[in-house]
Design a binder for this molecule. Structure first.
Ligand SMILES: Cc1cc2nc3c(=O)[nH]c(=O)nc-3n(C[C@H](O)[C@H](O)[C@H](O)COP(=O)(O)OP(=O)(O)OC[C@H]3O[C@@H](n4cnc5c(N)ncnc54)[C@H](O)[C@@H]3O)c2cc1C
Length: 446
């Protein structure tokens, strides 16, 4: 590991932390944290996703969990150097628990822990068969009644959900459900993904026709199969739909399209779910041990009631049903709301010569895409970040390492830099509408 003068500071804290945790000395462990401190744990210590704010909650968690978790082997991760900026010393770490290997991120202020992220990376004894451990694919030699990969795959698809039950059922096959499905597949966990749409990617295909992802390509990679180097920065919606469909196929996911989950009941005594799904015109009852709801946060239209809606003679629809501008040429359109979808939809209508008005209730946070890319995402999700050795995993964990309670401290710096780089942008918007360039969504990781 490259040595620098901050490496010993972090290594020293990690050694003292480990020795306190091994002795079960919670008071000594907590003494290593600042009074204003945060510990974000993703599964490793709490088997849950938890953010502990302050020494007292950290002490409570350690008192409850240390005996079972048995943490050890805290180290600075190789070959990552520790760094020092803005009075914060920080670095990537690795550690172990009784059952797992983990990684994380630590920030020190004045020699004490300000933020600590601990995440479980893999369970011991259940390492993924990849890299040197990848499957052979071919079985060399001669064997009677040999079955091919295709035959095995078809037999699996036929059996799962009929003669055999999935261990895990994922409801919702957007990128969340598909990404988890791919992970479970690598771990050999029998899983079915159901989605009410016919094809993977349909949730994107069905949106308005001008939609492109608002986040750049470096932010959007799926596990195992990153986008190729020639992939566009902002992916058009039908292209991302096709990618998800291709991904589902090549990752060998058991994906039931056109299947709606109707009900789910858990039997505590047996530890099994009874889940009713409608697949085409058939009702199928599944009995998984684990049920995951990956139904997304943007799928359910929120259609408020407005006075006069019932007598309005024109067409009304939610943005999720908006087909695009073509049918509205020469007409007048009002769009209620002033966030991303609204701006996309209004711009496309205006381009098509529609007389369009956007209605805005309260102030909107607006930042130029270029500024967002430069000041908020640039150090983590950009070609510049990749050239500097950033990976998607590290970028995602950096995001995860910042508790919401202090996110604004990172955002304010970023927002200020963004506003000063585009001085004419803010006043222009303020004049046009009721906008605030506030520090709400753009982090700065420097
Ligand atoms: C216009 C728009 C633009 C966006 N742009 C971005 C962006 O650029 N970057 C970004 O990160 N995020 C963006 N988002 C947010 C985006 O929705 C999520 O990032 C992403 O789709 C979340 O994936 P998901 O798998 O959690 O949910 P979804 O993709 O919403 O998938 C949920 C799936 O669950 C299925 N489902 C729901 N109920 C049932 C049921 N009862 N039975 C069976 N299936 C069911 C749905 O059919 C759907 O396919 C955007 C959202 C919208 C609406």
């Amino acid at each position: 590991m490259p040595e620098n003068n901050v490496t010993p500071a972090i290594s020293g804290v990690l050694e003292t932390l480990e020795s306190a945790l091994k002795r079960g000395d919670v008071a000594a462990a907590v003494e290593l944290f600042q009074s204003d401190c945060y510990w974000r744990d993703l599964v490793a210590f709490t088997w849950n996703i938890k953010t502990l704010e302050g020494r007292e909650p950290i002490a409570e968690m350690l008192s409850a969990q240390l005996g079972a978790i048995k943490p050890s082997n805290f180290k600075l991760a190789e070959p990552e150097p520790a760094t020092d900026a803005n009075r914060v010393t920080q670095g990537w770490i690795t550690f172990e628990t009784e059952v797992a290997r983990g990684s994380g991120f630590i920030r020190l202020k004045d020699g004490r822990i300000w933020t600590l992220l601990t995440t479980m990376a893999e369970l011991k004894g259940y390492e993924e068969p990849k890299g040197a451990k990848r499957p052979m694919g071919a079985e060399h030699g001669a064997r009677q009644n040999r079955t091919s990969w295709k035959e095995n795959r078809e037999a699996e698809l036929d059996a799962l959900g009929t003669s055999t039950q999935p261990y895990c059922l994922i409801v919702g096959g957007g990128q969340g459900g598909i990404g988890l499905g791919a992970r479970l597949r690598q771990l050999g966990v029998p899983t079915i993904i159901v989605d009410k749409n016919e094809r993977p990617g349909d949730a994107w295909r069905k949106r308005y026709k001008t939609l492109c992802l608002h986040d750049p390509v470096w932010y959007d990679h799926m596990p195992y199969l990153p986008f190729p180097d020639n992939w566009p920065v902002f992916t058009p919606k039908d292209k991302i739909g096709d990618w998800l469909e291709m991904y589902t196929k090549v990752m060998e996911l058991n994906y039931w399209g056109g299947t709606t989950c109707k009900s789910a009941v858990y039997d505590e005594a047996k530890g099994v779910w009874t889940v009713e799904v409608e697949r085409g015109d058939r009702t199928i009852v599944l009995h998984p041990k684990q049920l995951v709801l990956a139904t997304g946060m943007s799928g359910k239209p929120n259609l408020p009631k407005f006075k006069g809606m019932d007598v309005f003679k024109g067409e009304q629809h939610h943005s999720s049903q908006h087909p695009g501008p073509d049918n509205y040429r020469g007409k007048k359109v009002v769009v209620i709301g002033a966030n991303n979808s609204s701006h996309d939809i209004c711009a496309a209508l205006w381009e098509a010569g529609v007389d369009v008005t956007m209605v805005q209730r309260s102030s909107t946070h607006i930042v130029k895409s270029d500024s967002l890319m430069e000041f908020a995402l640039g150090d983590l999700y950009s070609e510049r970040a990749v050239a500097a050795g950033m990976t998607t995993a590290k970028a995602d964990l950096t995001f995860a390492s910042i508790p919401y309670a202090i996110l604004h401290e990172f955002q304010i710096r970023c927002s200020t830099r963004s506003a000063s780089a585009t001085p004419s942008f803010t006043p222009g918007w303020k004049k046009a509408a009721s906008c605030s360039i506030s520090a709400t969504t753009i982090p700065d990781y420097s």
